[in-house]
Design a protein around this ligand. Structure first.
Ligand code: GRF
Length: 198
């Protein structure tokens, strides 16, 4: 059984997609042991608690510095025997000490087709604003391993989504979530659970 922790900062729709995939038996051999947020008002924590999943807030500002936060978070997840860390809308840049503890066992969902519209400053709506500003006809989402860079780890899975005439950043974000993010994140976790990916 693959034990996962999902790290969140906001609405938790990607977390919900994982929860639903498990409930609908589309994602098997996986349990969500923990949901951790850096923000105590993240609706993702409500989604977790509504589903009987331990949701906890661990705030960076409660620690001396980023490394202290990273060390505590790593120990906390190891104490819960977490096998895979899933970043799902998690907006804190994890320090190298955390990455080292979970090398090749952290994945992230990014709302573009990496290497487009990624890296420092590209998150949430900003990604879709940049895609629309560039005039791309196709965008999408990417699941990748997290390394010590920003959105630079090995790509696991991607799914393309058409940009439609008249799209606003909000409309495009929703389509990318519905048609790509919520599809490939559970699939990527399943592949890892099936040990299909090294
Ligand atoms: C999503 O667009 C996701 O791609 C990005 O954060 C946004 C919020 O996701 N990483 P969620 O609704 O909190 O899962």
């Amino acid at each position: 059984m693959l034990k996962i922790a999902v790290l969140v900062s906001g609405g938790g729709t990607n977390l919900q997609a994982i929860i639903d995939a498990i409930d609908n038996h589309k994602l098997t051999g996986v349990t969500i042991e923990l949901v951790v947020s850096n923000k105590d008002d993240a609706y993702a924590l409500t989604r977790a608690n509504d589903h009987g999943i331990t949701g906890i807030c661990i705030r960076p500002k409660d620690y001396a510095d980023k490394d202290a936060y990273g060390r505590y978070l790593a120990e906390f997840l190891k104490d819960h025997e977490i096998d895979l860390v899933v970043l799902a809308g998690f907006l804190v840049v994890l320090p190298e000490c955390f990455i080292d503890e979970f090398e090749n066992r952290i994945i992230n969902i990014h709302p573009s087709l990496i290497p487009s519209f990624c890296g420092d400053g590209f998150y949430g709506l900003k990604v879709h604003e940049a895609a629309l500003a560039r005039g791309v006809k196709v965008t999408g989402a990417t699941v990748h391993y997290v390394d010590k860079g920003c959105d630079t780890g090995p790509i696991i899975m991607q799914k393309a989504v058409y940009v439609e005439p008249g799209d606003t950043p909000e409309i495009l974000q929703r389509r990318v979530m519905e048609q790509a993010e919520w599809v490939i994140l559970p699939q990527a976790i399943q592949n890892i659970a099936n040990r299909q990916i090294r």
